[in-house]
Structures are given as structure tokens and as C-alpha cells.
Design a protein around this ligand. Structure first.
Ligand code: TEU
Length: 633
């Protein structure tokens, strides 16, 4: 790939795969269409001139940062003929947020014994692999994403024996278990960091990212994801240390080979115990290009300043490949990267089989519609979800793999972002289930999604628990007062997804016999709980069971080719999946009103209908799967 320079045009940047991703992301955040860059006036500008013209906006040095990022990227990925089979492509993963899943000992906090208790439920649901959010020793500043000992279980969740018992039972039931690997940072209470603070000469000092300087001003203008500057000052050593997340989550220095060897050892230690792989937290942030100031304009747009220096760093691919070779590959363990901010080409570069880095990535750009960030209060438009997946389905070749997800512990639930009311709650939940389980990629469900759990407004700021929400609330209160601050935070708080699982119509929703650690609404009383839904043939839970069974029985959903159908119908999202000697059509009505039904080929047989059976028209948000016969249309 030819290197770009300041004399290259924006048109050339747009044609460059990684340059395209960067421009695409900026346009998405601005809520602008492609025409903004591709129009002849703009596209002929050189990168240098465009950055000079916009200097007031993007700041000095932005062109250099951009060119370095683009030019350090690996060569573009070309497709491969035919899809290679692999278990992780056939699995359906289910994310457990242990604090909120099931509390077996009544202290109000979910635990490993609680997960063990619910394995029959998960197996019956049809899940084949579990992902556990962190259960390691941690001061819990960020609910376990701040690890103080990678080889210990937090007593709040149980013991190592509990974990081993859980793992054995998961395997006995023919399922897999992956853990969460949080190695962009450790807790400030990790012995490495303590040692690093105690003695500048200690080998552990260089495990972290330090800069000299007086206590008055941090070394650069980077901001943390959880409000405020991304640096803490440590008078013991007279230095600043970087933390992209909370003040207690200190970034590790991946440029230090000793640290990388340490991480590989941790991974092998767990793989020796028998875990089947890892979901790797913010793994695309591990290679920092430089510690130069971030662009203020990009910072404003994204909500965080400095991100262009580390979200696709120059040594990212090298570090991932090394870790794969040294730890994952010998065990055949699965490597799933959480990669906020990466675009389509970057996702290809990170997952292409021949590159031997990650198996799959989580990309997040489906979660907000153009021009929006998570804390904006707006209604999500399903037309964007369709546009997004049409692009990704067409763009991801068979040698790359994406995950498909709507919900996780970091975002309000998708269902509630599309519809705040309850009118179409069940049928919309089923539509999302059909889409997630029939797109080409590996689905990751999040606990409660299978029940149609949604975002129920928290009554007050006192009920919020998440460090991100609390910090943001505090910061906003100063400018806007407590009421406006709470309203803003409420729109995007991660706590929406962290409310307890609703198991049954009983006090504590069957989550706990004690007082839950986080607010629990009374939603479970209205039938939105696992026990009531199991008994109701029309429930969201039973829809998931049916769809998971269908997916498991027909590998075409894991491997088959995707092709859009009835493309002129803007109100519908229709596609076929073809392969493994089979062919299915999926019809989704994206509208809360009835829509004329497109004509299906003769011999089509209904394999799933979200209203219990097909009607003449497609009803609001109706979702169907049809088994087709015969040749391609
Ligand atoms: O999340 C990282 C991530 O990209 C975002 O969720 C980010 O925290 C923020 O929302 C920016 O918009 C991972 C974990 O999933 C999250 O729970 C942790 O808090 C975070 O990393 C730090 O470990």
C-alpha cells in the first residue's frame, strides 16, 4: 500500500482502507453523509492543506498523527474463497455480568454459586458458550475491570474452588467458558503498581506509563473516559502516570517486553485451568503511538481527548500476534477483542485468519445513530441498524469474523433505545432476536436480553452505582445543577444494563433474598421474569429458545452467504442466507405499523414467525424466517 503524505488528497485518504475508516468515524460522529468528504471541492484538497485550513478546529500536528496512524496499518485484507469452519463461528455466546446475575448467598451481590445454579437454565435456552465479566480480586472501583490480582477470585463472588466447579460443570454440559482479560490497565492496588510507586528503579516501574513533571499540570491534554484528566500525580516518584479509565485503573506499558511476557503467562495460567478463551477488554488501546496532545476538536466530537493516539496504535498488530503465538495458539483458545472505535477495514485487519491476531472483534458503531453519543436522549432509528449491517455484511469477507450484539454491561439496552414505551416491547425484542441470530457473525447475547429486559428509568441519582455515571454526574452538576445532570446521565448510564436479572415473580425478583446492590424496578411483577416467561408460549424467552434451536440445527446461519432481498422496500429489512445445502429468507418489518408482505417463492415454508404464524400483511415489527427451496432467484 502506497504511503500517504501531507500532499496526498482527501480523495486518496478516502480510498485508503484505514483512512476511510477514520473519515467514516468522524462523519458518523458529526452526523454527516459521505458527500461532505467526497464532493469535488473537498476531495481535491491535500491532507496538509485541509488540516491547515481547519487548524483552529483540529489543532497543530493533527495531519502528522493521522498520517502516522494510516501509514502504520498493515496491508489491506483481501477476501478468501469459502469460509473455514471453526467452533467459535457456530457458538452463541451469553455474557454474564456476575454481580447482577444470581446471588446464591443472600448478600445482595451475584456470585459464582449463583451462576452454577443457573447453568441448566442456560443450557435449556440453547446457549453454547459463556463469557464472564471479571471475577478477579479487585477493589471494585469499576466493578472488577480494575484487577488487583489476575490469579485470584474476588471473595465477593466466591472462591477459586467455586470457579473450578463452575468450569467443570459448564464443560460437563457441553458448553464453553471464556473469561474477561483486562490488561490495558490494572488496579492502582495491584502489587505491580504499588511497587512501581515505591521505587522508580523497580522493574515494575516500567510496567506502567510515566512522565516527569511538576504536580501542577499533567503531561498532556488527554482526558479519561470517566471524566477529568487521564493522569494522576504521584509525589513519591515525582511523576505522572496515565489512566485512560478511572483514577484507579492504571494503563500498562505494552512497549515493555517483560510486561507482555507477564500477560502471556497469566493467559496460559488460566488456559491450563481449562478456560476456553478470553474476551479482551479495550484491547485496541494497548499500543500508544505517542503522548502528544490530542486534537481538541476530535476530543469534543468523540467525548474524549487523545483517542487518535491510541485506538489503533502502531504496534497493536505485533502485540496481538505475539500474544496469540505465546499463549492462545498452543491451546486453540478463542481470542475476542473488545475494540471500541475500530471501523470495517480495521476489523478485517484484526480478524483476518492469515494475520493470526484476533478471532473476532466487537465494533460499537451500531449502538448509536449518526451524530449521537451514548448520553444523548433520542429515539434510535432501526433504518440505521439496517444500513450499518448491510455495509458490514457486504464488507466482511469469509476469512474475517465479526460479533453481533446489541446489549452489554456498558450500554443501555437496545430495546429501550428503540422504544421507550411498552406497546411493542415483546415483538420488538423478538425482532432483535431474529436479526441477531440470523446475521452473518457470532452472536453475543447479554443476560436479560432473552427476557426482553429493557431500560426502566432510575428514580434518582442516589440509585446510580457506576463510577462513570457518578463521575459524570458530579462534573455536570457543577455546570448545570443536579436535575439536569441526572437527566443527562440517565440517558446513557451503564447501570441500565446492570440491574438484577429478573428470575421470578418473588421479592428480589429471584435474584437475591437480601437487598440488591443496585436498584431493582418492579418490572418483574408484570410478567417480565424467567419463570413466568417459561410458562408462556408467546414469551420473548420462548422465542429465543426456538430461534437458538433453529440456529444450532442449521449451520447455514453460522456460515452461509448473506444477500439482501427486496432492496427497494425501505420499511423492511429482508435477506437470504445460503449455504450448507440450504437457503433461508428473513423478513423484518422495521416499522411500528402494518406493511404489505413481499411475495416469497413457491414452496417457501415458515420456520419462525414472531406473532405465532404468518398473516396476509406484515404486522408491526413482525419478524419471520422462511425456509426456501430451489435455485437462486
Ligand atoms: O469498556 C470500554 C469501552 O469502550 C467503553 O465502554 C468505555 O468504558 C466508555 O463507555 C467510553 O464510551 C471496557 C469495559 O467493558 C468496561 O466495563 C470498563 O469500564 C472499561 O473497559 C475499562 O476497563
Amino acid at each position: 500500500m502506497e504511503k500517504l503524505t501531507a500532499a496526498s488528497t482527501l480523495a486518496e485518504l478516502w480510498r485508503h482502507p484505514v483512512g476511510h475508516d477514520v473519515l467514516d468515524k468522524l462523519l458518523l460522529q458529526m452526523g454527516r453523509g459521505e458527500g461532505w468528504v467526497t464532493n469535488p471541492l473537498v476531495s481535491r484538497l491535500t491532507i496538509g492543506r485541509a488540516c491547515r485550513l481547519g487548524r483552529g478546529l483540529v489543532g497543530e500536528g493533527f495531519a502528522d498523527t493521522l498520517l502516522a496512524l494510516v501509514n502504520a496499518a498493515p496491508p489491506p485484507v483481501t477476501g478468501a474463497p469459502g469460509v473455514r469452519r471453526a467452533p467459535f463461528k457456530e457458538d452463541v455466546f451469553y455474557q454474564i455480568y456476575p454481580r447482577s446475575f444470581r446471588d446464591a448467598d443472600g448478600d445482595g451481590v451475584g456470585d459464582l454459586a449463583g451462576i452454577l445454579e443457573k447453568l441448566p437454565y442456560l443450557q435449556e435456552l440453547g446457549i453454547t458458550a459463556l463469557w464472564l465479566s471479571p471475577i478477579y480480586a479487585s477493589p471494585m472501583d469499576d466493578n472488577g475491570y480494575d484487577i488487583s490480582d489476575y490469579r485470584a477470585v474476588n471473595p465477593e463472588f466466591g472462591t477459586m474452588e467455586d470457579l473450578e466447579r463452575l468450569l467443570a460443570e459448564v464443560h460437563r454440559r457441553g458448553m464453553k467458558l471464556i473469561m474477561d482479560l483486562v490488561v490495558n490497565h490494572t488496579s492502582d492496588e495491584h502489587p505491580w503498581f504499588r511497587e512501581a510507586c515505591r521505587d522508580r528503579q523497580s522493574p515494575y516501574h516500567d510496567y506502567y506509563i510515566w512522565r516527569d513533571g511538576g504536580p501542577d499540570a499533567p503531561p498532556n491534554n488527554w482526558t479519561s473516559f470517566f471524566s477529568g484528566p487521564a493522569w494522576n500525580y504521584y509525589p513519591e516518584v515525582g511523576q505522572w502516570a496515565l489512566h485512560l479509565f478511572s483514577k484507579k485503573q492504571m494503563d500498562l506499558n505494552w512497549d515493555n517486553p517483560a510486561l507482555r511476557a507477564e500477560v502471556a503467562q497469566i493467559v496460559r495460567w488460566w488456559l491450563d485451568k481449562g478456560v476456553d478463551g478470553f474476551r479482551m477488554d479495550v484491547i485496541n488501546y494497548i499500543s500508544k503511538a505517542s503522548l502528544a496532545d490530542g486534537s481538541e476538536a476530535v476530543g469534543k466530537l468523540m467525548g474524549f481527548t487523545g483517542i487518535e493516539h491510541y485506538f489503533y496504535g502502531p504496534r497493536l498488530h505485533e502485540y496481538l500476534h505475539e500474544l496469540r503465538e505465546n499463549a492462545f495458539a498452543p491451546y486453540g483458545a478463542v481470542m475476542v477483542g473488545e475494540t471500541p472505535g475500530v471501523g470495517l477495514e480495521m476489523a478485517k485487519q484484526l480478524t483476518a485468519e492469515e494475520r493470526e491476531t484476533l478471532d473476532m472483534v466487537f465494533n460499537f458503531d451500531q449502538l448509536e445513530t449518526p451524530g449521537h453519543v451514548r448520553f444523548d436522549d433520542y429515539d434510535y432509528d432501526l433504518a440505521y441498524l439496517k444500513k450499518y449491517y448491510l455495509k458490514w455484511m457486504a464488507g466482511m469477507p469469509d476469512n474475517c469474523r465479526m460479533s453481533i450484539f446489541w446489549d452489554n454491561h456498558d450500554n443501555p439496552r437496545m430495546l429501550g433505545k428503540i422504544e421507550r414505551g411498552q406497546e411493542y416491547r415483546a415483538v420488538l425484542a423478538k425482532l432483535l432476536a431474529v436479526l441477531q441470530l440470523t446475521l452473518k457473525g457470532t452472536p453475543f447475547l447479554y443476560q436479560g436480553q432473552e427476557l426482553g429486559m429493557t431500560n426502566i428509568p432510575f428514580p434518582s441519582a442516589a440509585e446510580l452505582r457506576d463510577v462513570e455515571s457518578l463521575n459524570l454526574c458530579r462534573a455536570l452538576e457543577k455546570e448545570a445543577g443536579p436535575k439536569a445532570a441526572f437527566e443527562k446521565v440517565l440517558a446513557g448510564t451503564r447501570d441500565h444494563a446492570r440491574t438484577p436479572m429478573q428470575w421470578e415473580n418473588a421479592p428480589g425478583a429471584g435474584f437475591t433474598s437480601g437487598t440488591p446492590w443496585i436498584w431493582l424496578s418492579d418490572d418483574w411483577q408484570a410478567g417480565w421474569n424467567a419463570a413466568d416467561e417459561a410458562a408462556d408460549p408467546d414469551s420473548v424467552l420462548n422465542a429465543y429458545k426456538a430461534l437458538l434451536a433453529l440456529r444450532r440445527a442449521h449451520p447455514v446461519f453460522a456460515y452461509g452467504a448473506f444477500a439482501q432481498q427486496y432492496a427497494s422496500r425501505r420499511d423492511l429489512f429482508c435477506y437470504t442466507r445460503t449455504g450448507e445445502g440450504e437457503r433461508y429468507a428473513v423478513l423484518l418489518n422495521l416499522m411500528p405499523g402494518a406493511a404489505p408482505r413481499p411475495r416469497l417463492p413457491a414452496g417457501a415454508a415458515c420456520a419462525y414467525n414472531s406473532y405465532g404464524g404468518p398473516a396476509k400483511e406484515l404486522r408491526p415489527y413482525e419478524a419471520e424466517i422462511w425456509r426456501l427451496e430451489g435455485p437462486e432467484r
